[in-house]
Ligand binder design. Structure first.
Ligand code: PEP
Ligand code: MG
Length: 879
């Protein structure tokens, strides 16, 4: 048996080892393999992190020794000694998860700087200041990240020293100053940690690796994983790499670059660099960097080599790359390459261009597109007719428009945004600790940082509008003001951001619906050629149905007729229908509703231009239509207290007694769906008449033959379906006879209760089609309330990893999924070829779509804006 290893040298890895070496580890190994200059390194595997995490931080046996051996080999290869007094080796210790999580975990640079090595570094570099600067940076970073010394202790000391010397910039401090600062920093660390402080680089290396392991579980990484559905089980690798220095003077630099523009997908030069700086300065947005094109003038040779390397790596990975580089004394090193995060628009353009360039096949290109990301394309933009002047301008870091109230910290953003209030998070610069605020904000505005700062990368990945590095804005977090020129905005004032241009407006502007471009049309057409699943939309009015068709829906999979009833002009009649004491009263209310229903149906049928429309008969959880019991009781009480003994009180009492009569403790399990129709057959009868009349009217007026599918909801018993079917058939026959016309139509049922799935073979005898209502099926299978669970324990379950995914968002394949599979199989055992679809929210969730494809459904149906996502997801499911 081959023993498990926890360490791999740079030369032992390659791109295929990403699960073990993480994205960064596998990426650098692959670059080294194909001859791109990278610093020497070794990688601690993700398995080591997983094992340590499982054992509450205790390292697996042998890991410590393996790291020692890996270090010894690195020392031998480089001819240097970690922290040695001559020819010292300095290393970076960096996290690198399997799926990239930019900036969410920890990194330690300059490890190996010590009292012993600092003189040698000074001598070797010929730059004493540089050596002491590296040393103080190391103590600071190591102290903060590994030993958890509060950052402000170091910052205060640094600021104090600058004030004492009367200088503004760190770079104005002399070697002597920095030497003193190192001594102060050491005292701060030692004092904070008591006996725990170690200055031995080897011990520091072990502790740094351990800190990176721990950072896998830090709160911001956890939030990021949840937001991006990354499993907490994957663990992070740790890369120990020889340091190269971008801060050795004017022939050194550091930067990041993309092989194409990650906002638009254009094949243009995209990147930033800083002369005489360390990598983290660029990524963290601490100094605002220069555009990459300017590097040609400053460092021409390194620039040419970089451009050639970018082309080489893009061709190698057949995808747009996001790379980090450092130039040390004119010599180029690549530190990382990964498939670049990009906006949805860029994803489509890159896919389309790579096919034109002959790099990818259409199928491969489809595989590169993340369906859920397309949501972004469907985001609104600022109405170009606004005629307003921006009050500030920054970098267009992530496209889309955002309108919201200014908030100055992530906690406030999280709190208010979490309640659904539109907020724009305004920060000097965002750090990964702001992630919880970023997720719920409408958009992000920063005063500092470039296009590749964390704020930009994270926002782009989420499709969140972001304007970064708006230099003209001044933020006073204490006073909670944002000053632009002489305009002062307070927390709560509304601004609008345009993440596509970088413009900031000091008011709420109107937004227009998103525009779908040629790349989209082209690539989605490839998806349509490949997919097997049909894609329909859930829509119940003309506008939504029209939007759905525009976005490629091939029919309506669910027209919820109760939504039509909720319009203000219908509700009173609907209430009268529900509250009616006798048949005559009910008939009167129904007669009032019928023409309104008919015109609603005509709208949907007209919009769908002959495509199939599944109309579901009324499924009203009664509580959604009636006055609330508590509120009605309070109203009666109020009127009584006020001494009102007139008609108003009498009315209120009457309504209260009706509400009490119909009140249910569990309305979602109550007189819903076909149960109401079983009690009052005149309701489905009225609806059927409205459907038939609308279909005939649209045929006459538009010349469109409507493919009507009438669907019976919440069926648990075959008797329910057969009884309802009989009502519908009789009514259709009656209407057609009266009109002297013909109409093709089908009658099907929803499968949304476990009993219906279990007895699907019997149910199928009475159904022409099945549509799985996975919202209710999830509610009733798991036994969790779709109205309440997410406000309560379900959120905790997901936080605590009792459940990895919200089962109302992504189908619970193991449980609910089994019932879907059983429903399909049993239904088809009675009627081979029985048409089956799904119309619960899961129909627009890419992972669920994959499952629905695998169980052989004919179509998915989802909200109109998710139709394009479902089209791509359905294609991916078969690739
Ligand atoms: C369902 O239950 O999945 C469904 C589509 O019906 P509704 O959401 O209207 O209950
Ligand atoms: Mg339902």
């Amino acid at each position: 048996m081959v023993e498990k290893r926890f360490i791999y040298d740079l030369s032992e890895g390659d791109a295929s080892m990403k699960p073990l070496l993480g994205g960064k580890g596998a990426g650098v190994a692959e670059m080294a393999r194909v001859g791109v200059p990278v610093p020497d390194a070794f990688t601690v595997t993700t398995e080591a992190c997983i094992e340590a995490t499982k054992r509450d931080g205790r390292w697996p046996d042998g890991l410590r020794e393996e790291i020692e051996e890996g270090l010894a080999r690195l020392e031998e290869r480089t001819g240097k000694v970690l922290g040695g007094s001559s020819n010292p080796l300095l290393v970076s210790v960096r996290s690198g998860a399997v799926v990239s999580m930019p900036g969410m975990m920890d990194t330690i640079l300059n490890l190996g700087m010590s009292d012993e090595s600092v003189a040698a570094v000074a001598q070797e570099s010929g730059n004493e200041r540089f050596a002491w600067d590296c040393y103080r940076r190391f103590i600071q970073m190591y102290g903060e990240v590994v030993e958890e010394v509060p950052a402000y202790l170091y910052e205060d000391a640094l600021t104090g020293l600058k004030a004492e010397r009367g200088v503004e910039q760190d770079t104005d401090l002399t070697a002597e100053d920095l030497k003193g600062l190192v001594a102060t920093f050491k005292e701060i660390s030692a004092e904070h940690l008591g006996g725990e402080w170690t200055s031995d680089p080897r011990e520091q290396l072990h502790r740094a690796v351990d800190a990176v392991f721990r950072s896998w579980l830090n709160p911001r990484a956890d939030v990021y994983r949840r937001a991006n559905n990354i499993s907490a089980e994957l663990g992070t690798a740790v890369n120990v790499m020889q340091m190269v220095f971008g801060n050795r003077g004017d022939t050194s630099a550091t930067g990041v670059c993309f092989t194409r523009d990650p906002s638009t997908g254009e094949k243009s030069l995209y990147g930033e660099f800083l002369v005489n700086a360390q990598g983290e300065d660029v990524v963290a947005g601490i100094r605002t960097p220069r555009p990459l094109a300017e590097m040609r003038d400053v460092l021409p040779e390194a620039y040419d080599e970089l451009i050639a390397t970018m082309a080489k790596m893009e061709a190698h990975y057949k995808d747009m790359q996001d790379m980090e580089f450092t130039v040390e004394n004119g010599r180029l090193f690549l530190l990382q390459t990964r498939n670049g995060k990009r906006t949805a628009a860029a994803a489509l353009k890159v896919a389309s261009d790579l096919v034109d360039e002959g790099v990818l096949t259409q199928h491969e290109a489809l595989g590169r597109i993340e369906p859920s990301q397309l949501d972004q394309l469907l985001h609104p933009a600022i109405d170009p007719a606004h005629g307003r002047t921006p009050i500030a301008k920054g970098l267009p870091a992530s496209p889309g428009a955002a309108v919201g109230e200014v908030v100055f910290d992530a906690d406030t953003a999280a709190e208010r945004g979490g309640k659904g209030e539109p907020v724009v998070l305004v920060r000097y610069e965002t750090t990964p600790d702001d992630i919880h605020g970023v997720i719920v904000a409408q958009g992000i505005l920063t005063a500092h940082g470039g296009m590749t700062s964390h704020a930009a990368v994270v926002a782009r990945g989420m499709g969140k509008p972001c304007v970064a590095g708006a230099g003209g804005i001044k933020i006073d977090v204490k006073a909670r003001t944002l000053t632009i020129g002489d305009r002062v905005l307070n927390e709560g004032d509304v601004i609008t951001l345009d993440g596509s241009t970088g413009d900031v407006y000091g008011e709420a502007l109107d937004l227009i619906p998103p525009q779908i471009n040629e790349d989209f049309e082209r690539v989605v057409a490839w998806a349509d050629e490949v997919r097997r699943l049909g894609v329909r939309a859930n829509a119940d009015n003309f506008e939504d149905a029209t939007k759905a068709r525009e976005l490629g829906a091939e029919g309506i999979g669910l027209c919820r007729t109760e939504h039509m009833f909720m319009a203000a002009d219908r509700l009173p009649a609907v209430r009268r229908m529900i509250l009616a004491d006798n048949q005559a009263q009910r008939a009167e209310a129904l007669a009032e509703i019928l023409p309104m229903q008919q015109s609603d149906f005509e709208g949907v049928f007209t919009a769908m231009k002959g495509l199939p429309v599944t109309v579901r008969l009324l499924d009203p959880p009664l509580h959604e239509f009636l006055p609330n019991l508590v509120e009605q009781s309070l109203l009666v009480q109020r009127l009584e207290t006020a001494g009102n003994d007139g008609a108003e009180l009498a009315d209120a009492r009457e309504t209260l007694s009706q509400v009490k009569r119909l009140h249910e403790q569990n309305p979602m399990l109550g007189t819903r769906g076909c149960r109401l129709a079983m009690l009052y057959p005149e309701i489905p009868e009225m609806q059927t008449r409205a459907i038939v009349r609308a279909a005939l009217a649209v045929l006459d007026r538009e010349g469109e033959t409507v493919k009507v599918e009438i669907m019976i909801p919440l069926v648990a018993l075959t008797q329910e379906l057969s009884a309802q079917r009989a009502i519908v058939e009789k009514t259709v026959a009656d209407e057609l006879a009266q009109a002297g016309r013909e109409l093709d139509y089908t009658i099907g049922t929803m499968i949304e209760l476990p009993r219906a799935a279990l007895l699907a073979d019997q149910i199928a005898e009475h159904a022409d089609f099945f549509s799985f209502g996975t919202n209710d099926l999830t509610q009733t299978t798991i036994g969790i309330s779709r109205d309440d669970a997410e406000n309560g324990f379900l959120t905790n379950y997901i936080m605590d990893h009792v459940l990895e995914r919200n089962p109302f968002e992504t189908i619970d394949v193991d449980g609910v999924g089994q019932l879907v599979q059983m429903g399909v199989d049993k239904g088809r055992s009675t009627k081979p070829g029985l048409k089956t679809g799904v119309c619960g929210e899961h129909g627009g969730d890419p992972d669920s779509v994959e499952f629905f494809n695998s169980v052989g459904l004919d179509y998915v149906s989802c909200s109109p804006f998710r139709v394009p996502i479902a089209r791509f997801a359905a294609a991916k499911a078969v690739l």
